[in-house]
Design a protein around this ligand. Sequence first.
Ligand SMILES: [Zn+2]
Length: 146
Amino acid sequence: MLKGLARWLRAYGYDASWTYGIDDQVLLEQARREGRIVLTADGGILRLRSVRRGDPPGWKVGHEKPPLQQLQDLVKELGLARKAIRCMGCGGELKRVPKQSVREEAPPRTFAWLDEFYRCLACGQLFWPGTHYRRIQQQLKFLELE
Ligand SMILES: [Zn+2]
């Protein structure tokens, strides 16, 4: 249910993991193993004794809200500082790569206009600060001002 929020969390700099239809026990195990906070839109998982003890910690998110609003709530409630943008597809870290190394891969117009390119260290996806990226940055900036 919180796929949109996961993407926004990654844009905000957090390594959010999201799996469609994941089993509660598998989710809790993964959260413990990887030191994650479980974010959920349905309260059931938060009533489990281990989660109430903070093993792993859980947090309820209002599912009726749009993802950007959910992010804004979380930023406020958990006091999250903004960090460097991560891969919105998988949450991996982005590393700047030399322009010449992406000549074959980047769209020709993009390659001609831009000098900055980044690659996700986890899934290999190529990123650049194009219009989509700028729109995201603007929305996050707007959120910081509120
Ligand atoms: Zn990635």
